[in-house]
Design a protein around this ligand. Structure first.
Ligand code: SF4
Length: 375
């Protein structure tokens, strides 16, 4: 497994030298946040943007502008516009051609009893604690709020949401998401987790964060110690491609696991990035090697500006069918479609049906098997 710190082909210097900082600064998550790439000129230090990328950067600046950490930029292939890292974060004019996409396909705003609390299920909520991320993914389901000040949560607004949770005893599971909750300072996180932990009916707290992928230096010993004080804490992160499984990301996941935080992965099926069985297999097996459980793979939503990423669901089902029986079962995430009414598993129908007292199933390699199954 290589790290971002490795010298890349075509480059004679490690990335911190390219960025003009010391190795220690490069590994400081706060430096990475301050030094984020926000315009075409900064991006040119890492890649030579194509005409389509340059036009995308310009024309999307007032809709969904871009931000990239230097760490993640160092993973991009400067010679390949189809690079799966680059395509996830660099704007492209293809985002302007999407007749079907809408800003809020899951109708999350309509499911919000108070600002930034989304309740689809009776016993759990997604609590969008902030509007900021280390970088902005071009396919982000919450692009309506990411980087937009209107969706920021002031401390008083967080308190209103905490009051709502306090007054809603059915809520036993709180997912902190956003944006990205780990962009918060340790102090703000400590305050928030302490407040949640003081609510007797909140049994588990989950974190949805892409920082182990996009800014793994955020996972410091201090952060892990903080999380361990508030167990049970679960964490789901978001690797989409095996090239993201760097030595630095592995170190971040290991730190979390050592602190007793179970780490899962939720990816998105993205056309041209991970929509082939070999890539999905390598990703699943790579995650399992890190002791990260592949949990869900989402069908890309009908979200504005993402038509070029969407894969027809039937093809998605076939892709995951091709993995079944060809790798460890727990290296295969559940392929799901999220809807305003909850998640729907998308699976090849292995259960073929009943014939009298028998049930007929199909194995991964196409064999039909009949088994007695009396009513
Ligand atoms: S890290 Fe998550 S919330 Fe942030 S932009 Fe990417 S997909 Fe959206």
């Amino acid at each position: 497994m290589s790290g971002v710190g490795d010298v890349k082909p075509g480059s004679s210097e490690p990335p911190w030298q390219r960025a003009g900082v010391t190795y220690d600064d490069w590994r400081d998550w706060r430096w990475q946040m301050r030094a984020r790439i926000r315009n075409a000129r900064d991006l040119e230090a890492w890649i030579d943007p194509t005409a389509n990328e340059r036009e995308g950067i310009e024309r999307l600046s007032d809709r969904f502008h871009f931000v990239i950490t230097p760490y993640y930029a160092a993973l991009m292939d400067p010679n390949d516009p189809e690079c799966p890292i680059r395509r996830q974060v660099v704007p492209h004019i293809a985002e302007l051609e999407d007749p079907l996409g809408t800003p809020d396909p899951l109708d999350e705003v309509a499911h919000s009893p108070v600002k930034n609390v989304i309740r689809v299920y009776p016993d759990r909520i997604a609590f969008c604690v902030n509007n900021e991320c280390a970088l902005y993914c071009r396919f982000c389901l919450r692009k309506r709020m990411v980087g937009d000040e209107d969706w920021a949560m002031k401390k008083a607004e967080l308190s209103v949401a905490l009051d709502w949770i306090r007054q809603t005893p059915e809520i036993r599971d709180v997912l902190l998401t956003g944006g990205d909750p780990l962009v918060f300072s340790d102090e703000r996180l400590e305050w928030l987790l302490t407040a949640l932990r003081a609510i007797p009916h909140v049994e588990i707290i989950r974190l949805g964060t892409r920082l182990p992928v996009t800014l793994p230096y955020r996972v410091t010993d201090a952060l892990c110690a903080l999380l361990a004080r508030h167990h049970p804490i679960w964490l789901n992160t978001h690797f989409n491609h095996p090239r993201e499984l760097t030595a630095e990301a592995a170190e971040a996941c290991d730190r979390l696991l050592q602190a007793g935080v179970p780490v899962g992965n939720q990816s998105v099926l993205l056309g041209g990035i991970n929509d082939d069985p070999a890539t999905l297999k390598e990703l699943g097996e790579g995650l399992v090697k890190l002791r990260v459980r592949p949990y869900y793979c989402y069908q890309a939503q009908l979200l504005e500006g993402t038509a070029h990423f969407r894969v027809p669901i039937e093809r998605g089902v076939e892709l995951f069918r091709k993995l079944r029986g060809r790798t460890s079962g727990f290296a295969i995430p559940e392929y799901v479609l999220d809807t305003p009414h909850g998640k729907v598993p998308l699976q090849y129908p292995y259960l073929r049906g009943r014939e009298g007292d028998d049930i007929v199933v199909e194995s991964f390699d196409g064999h039909l098997w009949r088994e007695r199954n009396p009513l």
